[in-house]
Design a protein around this ligand. Structure first.
Ligand code: KG4
Ligand code: ZN
Length: 336
């Protein structure tokens, strides 16, 4: 049996990442340059700066991924790259780089959907996990409830109507003065707070039982903070963080569990940056156990943006014969 080694590149947002993945599930190297400190100065990702940083870093990150894996371009079987969704200028850096390498070496090119990558992150550390299963993708840009029918077949049964879950974390963090990125900061502060102190709303959408909405929650937190400030009342930031966090977790959890039951799935996975949140993981683990559902979540490093997950997703596309040409383009609004 011969091994298939894929060099994967990810530049869709603010991480410049490259990895080498063998046969889909063995990570030989996983290099991530996070630009987060730079963007934190501006309170969020600045697209123009992200593209420029990707350009500066991409070559050295790829060289390191190859050398950490103890391999070289000659021994790589295919080049994979995230081509969407994401920031167009950021995506273009990775896509141009991957196309250049594929063209120069004559190796096949495989474009990968970023969300498909997040879902595939679950395969890396869970050798027994195989489709079908339910996956809740919760990141800075996306909140999707997905029936993963096969490695390359997805049915999106629910999505956010407005803000993504991670976006809500980031915006609420700003409202209570925590800075960017908000997710980890809210999580930390929430540990000291009372999650039922403030009754923030849990939105549901008529006729769309699996859809989400977080913008009302975000406004409600803002109104709460503003009205406390106006009345000169000092509010408890930890209680706000904990109550907000619960108001995000509850709808995510209840919809994911109902979906697993309705679709007859015995496995449920989390994916995306927000799945790094321990309160979310614990709530899911507990509820899954009570319902006889196997629960999966990627390790922290595999939850947030990385290229190993792109290499894993690419492998399953590659073995089904999927190839892209030199006309592969970045698609910022790519749908699953
Ligand atoms: O998947 P990701 O790295 O990038 C996107 O594809 O969007 O997700 C980043 C998002 C950010 O909104 C960040 O605040 C959130 O994931 N996040 C968290 C935590 N760690 C990262 N949200 C809640 N709790 C965390 N511990
Ligand atoms: Zn992501």
């Amino acid at each position: 049996e011969i091994d298939i080694d894929i060099l994967a590149i990810e530049t869709s947002c603010d991480e410049t990442a490259a990895a080498v993945v063998r046969n889909g599930r063995t990570v030989l190297s996983n290099v991530i340059y996070s630009q987060i400190d730079i963007h934190a100065l501006y309170g969020g990702v600045v697209p123009e700066i992200a593209s420029r940083k990707h350009m500066e870093k991409i070559n050295q990150i790829i060289r390191k991924a190859l050398s950490d894996a103890g391999t070289s371009l000659e021994d790589i079987d295919a080049i994979a790259v995230t081509y969407g969704p994401g920031l167009v200028g950021a995506l273009l850096v990775g896509v141009a780089e991957a196309k250049a390498i594929a063209f120069a070496t004559g190796k096949p090119l495989v474009g990968v959907h970023h969300i498909e990558g997040h879902i595939a992150a679950n395969y890396i550390e869970n050798p027994e996990l195989e489709p079908p299963f339910i996956c809740l993708v919760v990141s800075g840009g996306h909140t999707h409830l997905v029936v993963v029918r096969d490695y390359d077949r997805f049915e999106v049964i629910g999505r956010t109507r407005d803000d993504a879950a991670g976006e809500a974390f980031d915006k609420v963090a700003r409202t209570i003065g925590l800075g960017y990125p908000g997710g980890p900061k809210i999580e930390k502060l929430a540990r000291e707070g009372n999650g039922s102190a403030i009754p923030f709303p849990r939105a549901s959408i008529d006729g769309a039982p699996y859809d989400f909405s977080f913008s009302g929650l975000k406004s409600s937190v803002l109104n709460y903070v503003n009205s406390c400030n106006m009345k000169g009342i000092e509010f408890n930031r930890a209680d706000v963080a904990a109550s907000f966090q619960n108001a995000v977790i509850e709808p995510l959890l209840s919809r994911a569990i109902s979906a697993a039951k309705e679709y007859g799935m015995d496995s449920l996975a989390l994916a995306g940056g927000v799945s790094a949140n321990n309160a979310i993981r614990e709530a899911f683990a507990k509820e899954c156990e009570e319902n006889g559902i196997r629960f999966y979540a990627p390790s922290l490093i595999m939850s947030t943006d990385n290229a190993a997950m792109i290499g894993t997703a690419a492998y399953y596309e590659y073995i089904k014969g999927r190839r892209d040409g030199n006309d592969l383009n970045a698609v910022p609004g790519l749908k699953l």
